[in-house]
Design a binder for this molecule. Sequence first.
Ligand SMILES: NC(=O)c1ccc[n+]([C@@H]2O[C@H](COP(=O)([O-])OP(=O)(O)OC[C@H]3O[C@@H](n4cnc5c(N)ncnc54)[C@H](OP(=O)(O)O)[C@@H]3O)[C@@H](O)[C@H]2O)c1
Length: 272
Amino acid sequence: MVPTVTLNNDVQMPQLGFGVYKIADDEVERAIHTAIEAGYRAIDTATLYRNERGVGAAVRNSGLPRSELFVTTKLWNTEHGYDAALRAFDASLTELGLDYVDLYLIHWPVPSRDLYVETWRALEKINTEGRARAIGVSNFQVPHLERLIKETDVVPAVNQIELHPNLQQATLRGFDTDHGIVTESWSPLARGKLLEHEVLTTIARKHGKTPAQIVLRWHIEMGLVAIPKSVTPQRIRENIDIFDFELDTQDIAGIATLEANDRLGPNPDTHG
Ligand SMILES: NC(=O)c1ccc[n+]([C@@H]2O[C@H](COP(=O)([O-])OP(=O)(O)OC[C@H]3O[C@@H](n4cnc5c(N)ncnc54)[C@H](OP(=O)(O)O)[C@@H]3O)[C@@H](O)[C@H]2O)c1
């Protein structure tokens, strides 16, 4: 039901996944169960979210073969450095109770520490060992990506960045595409903030869909991977019910006008 994108090492990644930031460890298994029933096959967590244990339990108790689920987790800012990164990855696998993850990301570049290149070398080793089927980064800007590409052997498969109609990231998207890096949108719904905008409510009415569905469909048609979060069963189902309609050129042009360079999260150049 959900289309996949092919990563630069031929791994297939679902284009729509389930984000679990701010879902408590003891709530996350139930939320993921609802998501899996609705058709989601990808889950996006991180060490920071303190719910890897519940995510792992949900995966193991899903009734699905492990190979049918796509699990992403991320290395936190305090764990940069070659040895620290290897230890952090081991700790994540232990928390998850899994033998491998599908995608392991450096959560932020933390330029002030200047350790992301050696951290990346640890991810390359983890990837070679098959313990992460693909490796990537999150919140990396063009100069950070340029350095990784120049100084290391593996081009990131994914760059997960803040991206929604109010922050469309044209330059970074273009760089990712030119280098075979899949762009993944975090806060794809701008945390619900833009869903009452008239441009979106008008397009939604036209298609008999909700504004959230219009925004998520936009991510899909832009070739992005999107990972909306919800703890509300009806919204979890609503957010995946986007594969039975298409936006037209007028809709796409309307959404283009919502660009406001409006960042909800921290600036990656200074964060950490
Ligand atoms: N790499 C990074 O640095 C980074 C940073 C932030 C997030 N992320 C990832 O991206 C995921 C998504 O980002 P996010 O959680 O910040 O924001 P989001 O998915 O854009 O928005 C989530 C918010 O929107 C609400 N919502 C969800 N579906 C809705 C719908 N159909 N209609 C109306 N409201 C709806 C949710 O409420 P309810 O839950 O109450 O239903 C929640 O408050 C995270 O869970 C995480 O996995 C990554």
